[in-house]
Design a protein around this ligand. Structure first.
Ligand code: C5P
Length: 238
């Protein structure tokens, strides 16, 4: 394939407080990682690199192979098996370090790279397709975004300093996509920690454009987010 998808799943999940690395917490019978990979495998045919906590790398591989086989049973690849496209590498102390570890495992022929948070477990396959299409069309970095719906305030401690106009703001999601050479060069140049990959590429001088995100691509961070994911999965199964 010409597309590579790095799925970062090496976070500790402290804010979720579930007592396990976040990607291995169950939504229903299946984990956050399992659900995330279902969306990934139903998207564009791609090399898939899962970045997992070192001590859970074996579990991550088992999970990824199971989802690959299941997806193949429903929609077989024209050539070969999906499980041959799956790799697992150990993560790092920061998200940026984990992404860098994933980039190191991409095959030589990969031209377009998507970086995706496993914690956005219910991201539909269409978002992956949309991001790849936009990278191909623009040659820029691509971030899926949603309009900001809340009213925003700039605060200092508990005091409101001013209202913030939300019209020019957007909420960033993943998968974020890039021409491979652009992302590799930006990672080599990165001299600070960035909160997402488009910020890192922008700091290196890269152009970034947006595509519509999806409400289901929210990041599971708190127990309330996990409840939301559970009801969405339950409703979909009902
Ligand atoms: O913590 P947060 O949910 O913002 O992390 C976003 C994504 O980055 C998650 O999918 C998490 O597993 C991943 N991550 C990682 N390595 C880290 C920290 C976060 O792979 N050291």
């Amino acid at each position: 394939p010409r597309v590579g998808i790095v799925v970062v799943a090496a976070g500790s999940g402290e804010r979720l407080g579930a007592g396990a690395p976040k990607a291995f917490v169950g939504i229903d019978d299946h984990s956050i990682l399992n659900h995330a990979l279902r969306g990934v495998f139903r998207g564009p045919v791609a090399q898939v690199v899962v970045v997992a906590p070192a001590e859970r790398a074996g579990d991550a591989l088992t999970e990824a192979l199971a989802v690959a086989d299941r997806t193949d049973a429903a929609a077989p690849l024209p050539s070969g098996r999906r499980r041959d496209l799956v790799h697992v590498v150990a993560g790092a102390a920061t998200r940026q370090g984990s992404v860098a570890a994933g980039l190191g495992a991409l095959w030589a022929g990969i031209e377009v790279v998507l970086v995706h948070d496993a914690a956005r477990a219910l991201t539909p396959p269409e978002v992956f397709e949309r991001v790849v299409a936009a990278v191909d069309e623009t040659g820029a970095g691509v971030v899926p975004v949603l309009p900001v719906v809340d009213t925003l305030k700039r605060v200092a401690g508990s005091d409101v300093v001013e209202a913030v106009d939300r019209a020019p703001l957007a909420a960033a999601q993943t998968p974020q996509g890039f021409p491979r050479d652009v992302l590799d060069a930006a990672y080599r140049a990165a001299a600070a920690e960035f909160t997402d990959d488009t910020a890192l590429v922008a700091a290196a001088g890269g152009r970034i454009t947006t595509v519509p995100g999806h409400a289901s691509a929210f990041k599971i961070t708190t127990p309330a987010d996990l409840e939301r994911a559970r009801s969405l999965v339950q409703d979909a199964g009902a």
